[in-house]
Design a protein around this ligand. Structure first.
Ligand code: UTP
Length: 290
């Protein structure tokens, strides 16, 4: 029996420079895809995977995230006055209860690995999930749930992966594979942003992780890597070197890179088209533009 994954870390302290000026005063994670901020999708996915403790690693100018998960007193009073009980219930249905959610700060954006390390005291000594919120996964079952189910079999570390064209490997962490059944690949190494010529495969990590707590000690020893940042991939590579199991799952579903302007637009269109109330109207609108 492998220890259950109960905790998720949401690293939300990045600067979001690829999507400026939208992110100058609004956190990237609060940008709205159709009718919900990105952070909302991330929490829903975590809950569907059985997570019940949510840890956010925030930074400067990110207080809107904390407000989003707070009770909006004026808003609730107004909705009550106007008899909008259904909206009130809806608002309560996804709000984490007091104590389920906690925040810590990454004072300087030193990289994803460093952001995860900042949550070490909150996570403690158990496996945990990491959800970079700007990677929006639209999967059924939800991506992290698929991974938790795999983890129940394999234990160790499990990441979500996709196949990319070889020329794109320098944007991702890439797996060095020892076994692959077409859905699940076992890795003997992982390299951050390799040149296409040196990449051990084209199977790359996207933003979902289940990680063993030993990563914290390994991240502590990690020196800044690619881009001068403390890379999560380097910590994962150290865990593999220590002999821990490491699997990449090709999750069934779609991924939208909402940290990129075009990816963000695509997510809005794709989710808009499949929205039960807005889909038909949006389809008609898009047709009139094309
Ligand atoms: P990105 O690589 O997208 O970096 O981070 P970024 O700074 O947010 O955006 P760009 O590249 O400047 O446009 C992936 C995830 O890791 C978090 C981000 O908030 C995002 O969710 N992150 C990144 C941190 O929390 N801290 C960091 O130092 C870096």
């Amino acid at each position: 029996m492998h220890k259950r994954v109960r905790k998720a870390v949401f690293p939300v302290a990045g600067l979001g420079t690829r999507i400026l000026p939208a992110t100058k005063a609004v956190p990237k994670e609060m940008l709205t895809v159709v009718d919900k901020p990105l952070i909302h999708y991330a929490i829903e996915e975590a809950k569907a995977a059985g997570i019940d403790e949510f840890y956010f690693v925030t930074g400067r100018a990110k207080s809107a995230i904390e407000d989003y998960f707070d009770v909006g007193f004026e808003l609730e009073a107004t909705l009550r006055e106007r008899g909008k009980a259904d909206l009130l219930d809806e608002m309560h249905s996804w709000l984490p209860t007091a104590g389920e959610i906690a925040y810590t700060r990454q004072q300087r954006p030193l990289g994803l690995g460093h952001a995860v390390w900042c949550a070490r005291h909150l996570v403690g000594d158990e496996p945990f999930a990491v959800i970079p919120v700007d990677d929006l996964m639209v999967c059924e079952p939800p991506c992290l749930k698929q991974m938790v189910d795999v983890y129940a079999e394999t234990g160790g570390n499990v990441v979500a992966v996709v196949e990319v064209p070889r020329q794109e490997t320098r944007r991702y962490g890439v797996l060095d594979i020892v076994a692959d059944d077409g859905r699940l690949a076992r890795a003997k190494g992982v390299v951050e942003k390799p040149d296409p010529a040196d990449a051990p495969s084209t199977l790359t990590i996207i933003g979902r992780y289940i990680i063993q707590p030993e990563i914290f000690a390994r991240l502590e020893e990690t020196t800044p890597g690619s881009g001068g940042e403390i890379q999560l991939t380097d910590g994962l590579a150290a865990l593999i070197a220590d002999g821990q199991a490491f699997h990449g799952l090709r999750a069934a579903g779609r991924r939208f890179d909402c940290g990129d302007k075009l990816g963000f637009l695509e997510a809005n269109i794709a989710l808009g088209l499949s929205h039960p109330e807005l889909g038909d109207g949006l389809r008609r609108l898009l047709q009139s533009y094309l």
